[in-house]
Design a protein around this ligand. Sequence first.
Ligand code: NI
Ligand code: MN
Length: 226
Amino acid sequence: MRVSYHGHACFSLEGSKGRIIIDPFLTGNPTADITPAQVNVAGILVSHGHGDHLGDAIEISKHTGALIIAPYELAVYCQRKGAQAHAMHIGGSHQFSFGWVKLTQALHGSAVDETQGMVYTGSPCGFIIKLDNVMVYHAGDTGLFGDMDLLGKLHPIDLALLPIGDNYVMGIDDAVVAARLLQAKTVIPMHYNTFDIIKQDPEEFAGKVANYSKPLVLKPGEQAMF
Ligand code: NI
Ligand code: MN
């Protein structure tokens, strides 16, 4: 299974049965290494409605037919904008052609900021994804919560993708606790250095987390195999 980092919270995962992208914030993302037109996937997982996560999901779905997988309220929002969508909700899992997906809680908000006002899109989520027997946890945007311990026990995690940017999400020290609770074999930091307000040193995170989980700092455009 190949993991590619596209900057901010956007990753693509490629297994033997297909490729997915998570939180495809590409247009307007100063760190993105690809454009929406280069995205060719079976599924687009969207954790919540904020622009830096929903990103180009609707446009990619409209142009390629790729299925948006999101919490119910956000999935319906995307359908009404012309996208193909599969609605799920927290605690639910489903087997797709490319692999297995379960929605997890995330402590955050979820709304699309439209010119006429905020359109609220239900609860935000994280994802546990199993592709080719590799278990990946993408935390979405979240603060630290103690049930990360439960997630790790229920679904032994090979790779955790954790926000470290602080301000809107966990900072470095809370993300280190998250890694300890999850007991993931490998952890990749995300959601930092896209903007000044979430500036962080990923090497500081790597140093602090190394007692609990193997850190892997990817630059946008870099890949790793699992
Ligand atoms: Ni957010
Ligand atoms: Mn965000």
